[in-house]
Each structure stands twice: as C-alpha cells, then as structure tokens.
Design a protein around this ligand. Structure first.
Ligand SMILES: [Cu+2]
Length: 232
C-alpha cells in the first residue's frame, strides 16, 4: 500500500516535471508580438441565393453563397489578413478544403505555397476548376469514390475555386508569401501570433471588397491592434 502510494507520488512528480518542462503555450521564441486585426465593413451583407435541381439529396434545394458576410459590430468575416513584410519559417500545414453540402468549406482558406488537400465528403462527383494567374489552373474531376485529392499551389496568389458540376460552388484559397496570416472569423477578427518585432505591414484581402494595407509597429510580447474598414 505504502509502496504503491510512493510509486504514485513518484509518477506524479515525473509527470509534473514533464509538464513544467514541456509546458505548451504561446511561444515567444524570437521576441515576437501579436497582431490583432479587426476588419469591419460599412455596408450590408450580400448573400446570393440560387435554386438547385441537381444532386438535391446532398446539395439541398437552395444554395446560399455568402459574398459579403457581416457579423456583430460590422465585423467582416472571410477576410484574409497577413503580414507580408514578416519573414519566417514556412508553415508546413496543408490547407484543407472540403466539398460538403455542395459548398467549399471553409469558403476562404489560407496557406503558404505548397499542397492543397481537397476532400469530397459529399460522395458525389465534383469537378474542381480553379482560376488563377501565376499558378497553373486546376481542372479535375473528383468522382464520388475519391475522398481526397492533393493539388499544388506553388506561388503566392488569391486562387478562385469553382466546380464545373455545381455552378454555384465558390471558394477561395489565399496562397501567401509569409507564415504570418489568418482569416477573419464571424466577428471580423483574426489574431496573428509571434510576428517579428519592428515595423510591419498588415494586408487585408476580401473577395469582393479588394485589398487594403496598414503599417503597424510590433513590439515583443505585446498585442498590436489594427482596425481596418473595408469600403464598397
Ligand atoms: Cu461540385
């Protein structure tokens, strides 16, 4: 009994030390700071609605495409924010876009040059067709049995995703030249962490409202707040 307790205590001590040593949390390695971006839009939301008469079991009978999504306090969702002046180790995370309910989910995603994973959780035929300038266009059928398809987007650019089977399907993939990026949430905010200290440029891009930039002074261990209003 005593022995078991001793072993338990020893185990707890080891676990405690391990926890202390490998404590997860915000890494402040190179003296970076956080850039918190709040994107707003002084206008009304835009939603396109279309009747569907194809694959209705998976797609439903009406498609809703959010072209301008505005949340609380005029927050603009689905805007890509990045710090193109900040260089850092590439983020080796693949961007994943699912074709679900005959929609691209998420509607907007961001990645560094590399691989894009296309999922087909609908289990029906989709045909990805991308529109881009510096990256080769992708135009490929994804049959119902093909659950995942991997494609490459190797140059920074905002790539438009469409589907040749379902004309209303629309999505975007931002291929960015920096690992410091985010996509605004329903409230229009995005947080970019560990941005190298110094003068940096924050860029905001939105599929229908264009691009804007702001200068920001990033200080180590601090949060720099940037507010950007997008206009029609
Ligand atoms: Cu489709």
């Amino acid at each position: 009994m005593r022995r078991a307790l001793g072993a338990l205590l020893a185990a707890a001590l080891v676990a405690g030390v391990a926890l202390f040593v490998h404590r997860p949390g915000p890494v402040d390695a190179q003296g970076g700071g956080t850039v918190e971006v709040a994107v707003t839009y002084n206008g009304a939301p835009v939603v396109e609605k279309l009747k569907i008469n194809k694959d209705t079991q998976q797609c439903g009978t009406e498609a809703e495409v959010d072209r301008v999504m505005v949340g609380s306090n005029k927050g603009l969702a689905n805007a890509v924010v990045s710090v193109p002046t900040a260089k850092g180790a590439p983020r080796m995370v693949k961007a994943t876009v699912d074709q679900h309910g005959c929609k691209f989910v998420p509607h907007v995603s961001a990645m560094m040059p590399g691989e894009l994973e296309l999922k087909n959780s609908d289990g029906i035929l989709h045909n990805i067709h991308t529109y881009s300038t510096v990256n080769p266009s992708i135009n490929k059928a994804q049959p119902k049995f093909k659950k995942v398809m991997t494609e490459k987007l190797e140059k920074p650019e905002f790539v438009k995703l469409t589907c040749d089977v379902h004309s209303w399907m629309l999505g975007w993939v931002a291929v960015l030249p920096t690992p410091f990026f985010g996509v605004t949430d329903a409230n229009g905010t995005a947080k970019i962490e560990n941005v190298p200290a110094g003068k940096q440029t924050v860029e905001v891009w939105h599929e229908t409202l264009g691009k804007q930039t702001r200068e920001v002074e990033v200080k180590a261990g601090q949060v720099a707040k940037v507010g950007i209003e997008m206009k029609k």
